[in-house]
Design a protein around this ligand. Structure first.
Ligand SMILES: [Zn+2]
Length: 280
């Protein structure tokens, strides 16, 4: 699932392309995806695009917001004058619209935003901006890196938890934005076994893990995210972080530090990769 670096990459491009544009048409191919009255956003301008954890919010000029979560396979693809010279990746996106296009947004400058979703887990909700915080997704979201995740809070949740450390850092209610890819790589960098009980981490390990999380997320952002399934940015282009995975997805390959073969196990039901020698 796209994580903080992927969703932030999408946000930056969408804000750049859509800010100040008026929504003049909306074609909903799949009614189940949108909750709320689309008439409330029609003919209104987008004033901002924000991100909360792995969620996105399109803010309109009448204090109405469209909140969305792209989940596993959602793609926002923008076609307009700003990116007309960039061809979308044909393997990851295909023709536009495609049979996976669920919503088409049209703007006053003839630009178009397509929303595709193969697996159909994504959602969109139209609500007054003041009510965003009452949506269960936003209400339950923990603090996030680069925003309000302090070291004191991070240390507190670790020293008071009996969960496996990997499950804890992926729990969106405790920390927002970290998913399976960046959790695996951050634990590798910090030399911590993913199954360790959180409260057994030493102060030194907690500090190392905190720094490692920021390091891998930054690396992800610099590479415009990771394309694992079908993640693309709004230009329809893949990310590059998958070329820099440390252990994620590397079962049976040599550890980049000690060359021991990377192992795969399940932690909290999720595929987990680690070096049995480096990570204790
Ligand atoms: Zn190793």
């Amino acid at each position: 699932m796209p994580e903080l670096p992927e969703v932030e990459t999408i946000r930056i491009k969408l804000k750049n392309y859509l800010e100040g544009k008026r929504l003049i048409g909306i074609d909903i191919k799949d009614n189940k995806i949108i909750d709320g009255d689309v008439k409330k956003i029609l003919q209104h301008k987008i004033t901002d695009v924000k991100r909360f954890g792995k969620g996105l919010v399109f803010q309109f000029d009448n204090n109405i917001a469209l909140a969305t979560h792209i989940k596993l396979t959602g793609q926002f693809i923008y076609r307009g004058p700003e990116n007309k010279d960039i061809n979308v990746d044909s393997k990851l996106v295909g023709r536009l619209p495609s049979k996976f296009t669920r919503v088409i947004f049209q703007f006053n400058d003839k630009s178009t935003l397509f929303f595709n979703d193969i697996r159909k887990f994504a959602w969109m909700k139209i609500v007054p901006t003041q009510q965003l915080n009452s949506l269960s997704f936003f209400k339950q979201l923990g603090p996030e890196p680069f925003k309000d995740l302090t070291f004191e809070y991070f240390k507190h949740i670790i020293t008071t938890s009996n969960s496996a450390i990997k499950s804890l850092i992926m729990n969106q209610k405790k920390i927002a934005g970290i998913g399976n890819i960046y959790a695996n790589d951050a634990l590798f960098l910090a030399k911590i076994h993913p199954q360790r009980k959180a409260k057994t981490l030493t102060d030194e390990e907690i500090k190392k893990l905190y720094d490692s999380i920021f390091f891998v997320l930054k690396k992800g952002l610099e590479n415009n995210g990771a394309t694992e399934m079908n993640y693309v940015n709004p230009d329809g282009q893949p990310g590059n972080y998958q070329k820099h995975f440390l252990v994620y997805g590397k079962e049976g390959k040599p550890c980049p530090v000690c060359h021991t073969l990377i192992k795969k196990i399940k932690v909290g039901g999720r595929g987990t990769y680690f070096c049995p020698k480096c990570q204790k």
